[in-house]
Design a protein around this ligand. Structure first.
Ligand code: GLN
Length: 447
């Protein structure tokens, strides 16, 4: 099992849930044989990569961090998994995450929390905390995560690695265990921006197995990095620098902006005026979609089934009572409420209307700038246990991430220094729909 399991147990990070030893060794042998035969090797030949446990990969259980799927063996590979392997990647195994990707700290996993490799008393962020931690600890060269309302970008910021949220429709969701289908996206974690561009190049594109993928041509992400950034207009949203922003983070973002200015970029003040409504809007829409998506876990079709019930409906209830953790139950209740007759117009429909306004904010801002730059998180990584008793405080940690999710635009987090205590700080770069190339260029200029 090599350095991965040693590292995991050695440091107690708890990032990997399962190692796909046979599959990894078979793939490594295949890459070696291709190299020996002088064949063309893919862009990820031999690169060790870990997969968030909400994506399916045959031969390894797909738990989504939940007891309800404990030991569940999926019958097919997610498209992202297929594409990585076709590019030569060696897939190491499945990575810990918040249950059904619901959380901001990776403390909602049924398989125990993940620790932040940069500070072991701190959370790695979530829900893809294990994916960020695995790259930060050097267990994998890259990992896959998913981002519904910040779950790639926020843990990347907390762990000091690069995390990319591709535009909605850019990367296939086929084989992703759904949380909120209109928001869920698959994307990479890497140690640097060039690796992120390489990963996105492999992952992006139309997939006949996911009707929401776009046939927009895939950009030349790696090639774009060679272009200088001078002349680019950097939008800076006043709403992202308000009360509650940690002063050390503010200073680090300002330094990053000064760096861009010295490279010839123009700083353009912009307004995203509905920002204050992003969190309530997100938590209505995400929970509504989750309550619908999670109906399928009924003890009949997948995973856990409660043993001793006399009727079918008692079995449904007991299975869900035993299988789902408290945060998942909270969200099913919230989402069911928002969708119920009599409340639908006041909550779900209203949230969809505000979602349109939040999207319009970005489209208007992008009329005067090429990318938008701001803080990724209001604070650095918080302590394990600090927010577990207060779900609203946990939701508020998503303040800078959920608007881009609702708008469908692309975003990324790039390390831009650390606090006096040595905790990583991430800067967020948001790009226009399908303009990952410009976003990555700016990311590399900051790095
Ligand atoms: N923290 C957010 C939530 O709990 C985002 C999760 C995600 O992006 N998967 O819903």
């Amino acid at each position: 099992d090599g350095p991965v399991s040693q590292g995991t147990t050695g440091k107690g990070i708890n990032s990997f849930l399962a190692l796909s030893r046979d599959r990894a060794l078979a793939q490594a042998a295949k890459v070696d044989a291709a190299r020996a035969a002088g064949q063309d090797l893919g862009p990820l030949a031999g690169v060790p990569i870990g997969i968030k446990d909400v994506l399916t990969m045959t031969g390894s259980p797909a738990t989504a961090g939940s007891l309800i799927l404990k030991g569940y063996l999926p019958p097919y590979d997610a498209t992202a998994v297929t594409k990585l392997e076709a590019a030569g990647a060696v897939l190491l195994g499945k990575i810990n995450c918040d249950e059904f990707a619901m959380g901001s700290s990776n403390e909602n996993s049924a398989y125990g929390p993940v620790k932040n490799p940069k500070a072991l008393d701190r959370v790695p962020g979530g829900s893809s905390g294990g994916s960020a931690a695995a790259v930060a600890a050097g267990f994998a060269a890259a990992t896959l995560g998913t981002d519904t309302g910040g779950s790639i970008r926020q843990p990347a910021a907390f762990c000091g690695v690069v995390g990319v949220l591709p535009t909605y429709g850019r990367v296939s969701r086929y084989g992703l265990i759904a949380f909120a289908s209109s928001l869920d996206r698959v994307g990479p974690f890497t140690a640097n921006v060039k690796d992120a561009a390489t990963m996105l190049q492999v992952l992006a594109g139309k997939d006949p197995l996911d009707a929401t993928t776009s046939d927009q041509p895939v950009g030349d992400y790696v090639g774009a990095l060679a272009k200088p950034v001078d002349g680019l207009r950097i939008g800076v949203p006043a709403e992202y620098f308000g009360e509650g922003l940690d002063p050390e983070i503010r200073a680090a973002i300002e330094r990053a902006l000064d760096g861009l200015k010295s490279l010839g970029c123009t700083i353009v003040p912009v307004h995203l005026k509905h920002t204050a409504y992003a969190i309530p809007t997100y938590y209505v829409i995400a929970t509504a979609e989750a309550s619908s998506n999670l109906q399928r876990f009924d003890g009949v079709r997948f995973g856990h089934r409660s043993g001793d019930s006399k009727t079918l409906s008692a079995m449904f209830k007991k299975t869900r009572e035993e299988g789902f953790g408290p945060e998942v139950k909270r969200r099913i209740l919230l989402g069911t409420y928002a969708l119920s007759a009599g409340y639908y117009d006041a909550y779900y429909k209203k949230a969809q209307q505000v979602r349109a306004l939040l999207t319009r904010d970005f489209l208007e801002a992008f009329e005067s700038c090429d990318v938008i730059v701001g803080p990724m998180t209001p604070t650095p990584a918080f302590r394990l246990g600090e927010k577990t008793d207060d779900p609203v405080a946990m939701y508020l940690a998503d303040i800078y991430s959920v608007a881009a999710s609702l708008a469908g635009i692309c975003g990324m987090s790039v390390p831009c220094g650390e606090t006096a205590e040595g905790l990583p700080i991430g800067v967020q770069i948001m790009g226009k729909h399908f303009d990952e190339a410009t976003m990555l260029r700016v990311g590399q200029a900051i790095e």
